[in-house]
Design a protein around this ligand. Structure first.
Ligand code: ZN
Length: 182
């Protein structure tokens, strides 16, 4: 059975509240919610289920987007056609990053932002993330390119930041000389 998630819209002030650290053991309620988020993100990326359930495609979600101010992020990446890699990171932190920066050429999207936003968001090309898995075991993830952008986008949510906050209002579009696009 597929139960659709109630995702907060950008107009909701709760998205601007910082999330708190999570303590272990994780509640069964949160574990259930994580499973539901993974399913939602996966279904949103598969054409058939995306249409069937009328989902907007997305690869990441933070608990704050459900109105729960806990530091939990979920990313589902399609690594090859219909093959998905799931990342669940609790209390995530960027512990190091590349000097090089990148931007998604088409701009970023967000399941809480139901409109087109013009402009490029500057992100680190590579990041190392530390955090914990659902069982409280330490995690260390190295992410690059699109996955690195996804992690930075989701960690921003935990600090009440939306991607368009990072678009330069005076110069929303970058050029090839200024940044490497992916
Ligand atoms: Zn988002």
């Amino acid at each position: 059975m597929f139960k659709e998630l109630k995702i907060l819209d950008e107009s909701d002030k709760r998205l601007r509240v910082k999330s708190e650290k999570v303590t272990f053991p994780l509640s069964t309620e949160y574990k259930k919610l994580i499973k539901q988020i993974i399913k939602h993100l996966k279904y949103s990326q598969i054409e058939e289920t995306q249409k069937k359930y009328n989902l907007r495609p997305g690869m990441g979600l933070a608990f704050v987007q459900l109105g729960i101010h806990k530091q939990i992020i979920v990313i589902v990446e399609e690594v090859e056609e219909n093959v998905f890699e799931n990342y669940v990171v609790i209390n995530p932190e960027i512990v190091s990053h590349s000097v090089e920066k990148i931007a998604a050429e088409a701009g970023e999207g967000c399941l809480s932002v139901n409109r087109e936003i013009d402009g490029h968001v500057t992100r680190y090309a590579r990041v190392t993330i530390k955090g914990f898995d659902e069982n409280g075991n330490e995690l260390k993830i190295r992410a690059r390119e699109e996955l690195a952008i996804a992690f930075q986008h989701e960690i921003d949510h935990l600090n009440g930041i939306l991607f368009y906050d990072r678009i330069d209002k005076n110069k929303p579009f970058l050029t090839d000389e200024e940044i490497r696009f992916i």
